[in-house]
Design a protein around this ligand. Structure first.
Ligand code: CMP
Length: 152
């Protein structure tokens, strides 16, 4: 488990990590370069990154928190439909900073300047995922990265 490397006591107050996914619609449309530039321009440091193709079972495990929601099946099918690019981002207040940069879950409701406003297709194909809390970030990072892959 890489969690020991994410011990916030080693870093300045508010230094955080968050898990980012460029979803299959973003990879299919060759948007990862543009999205990574937006991430870096916002002051989020990429401390781990890889391209993976989730199995249906891995997608279900990742989104287990949504298992009872009506969109769960479609969400897992979509996330397993093609490769995704996953990153660990580091910054002061990384969780809220990245959520602000992503914009609202539904691209139709997202603000100008956000990733989902620029590239999101629909609430299902909304191009990026970001952890919604520091606690969930630790869980999501541990699910997708080993300690050897983190340059935190
Ligand atoms: P994400 O941030 O990856 O977290 C769960 C995903 O479920 C979300 O982005 C959306 O792409 C998808 N989703 C589909 N329908 C809904 C909905 N009604 N509310 C929230 N998320 C939804």
């Amino acid at each position: 488990m890489p969690v020991y490397k994410l011990d916030n006591t080693k870093y300045p107050k508010n230094m955080e990590y968050t898990l980012s996914i460029i979803k299959p619609d973003g990879i299919r449309r060759n948007l990862s370069g543009k999205i990574l530039a937006m991430i870096q321009d916002a002051g989020l440091e990429i401390v781990a990154q890889k391209l993976i193709h989730l199995t249906r079972a891995q997608a279900e495990k990742f989104y287990a928190v949504h298992a009872e929601r009506p969109f769960f099946n479609d969400l897992c099918s979509f996330m397993a439909s093609g490769p995704v690019s996953v990153q660990v981002l580091k910054s002061n207040n990384a969780v809220s900073k990245y959520r602000e940069l992503m914009g609202a879950t539904n691209p139709k409701e997202s603000s100008e300047g956000t990733i989902r406003k620029a590239y999101g297709l629909s609430i299902d194909e909304n191009t990026v995922h970001g952890s919604d809390s520091v606690e969930n970030a630790k869980i999501e990072i541990a699910l997708l990265f080993s300690s050897l892959e983190l340059f935190a």
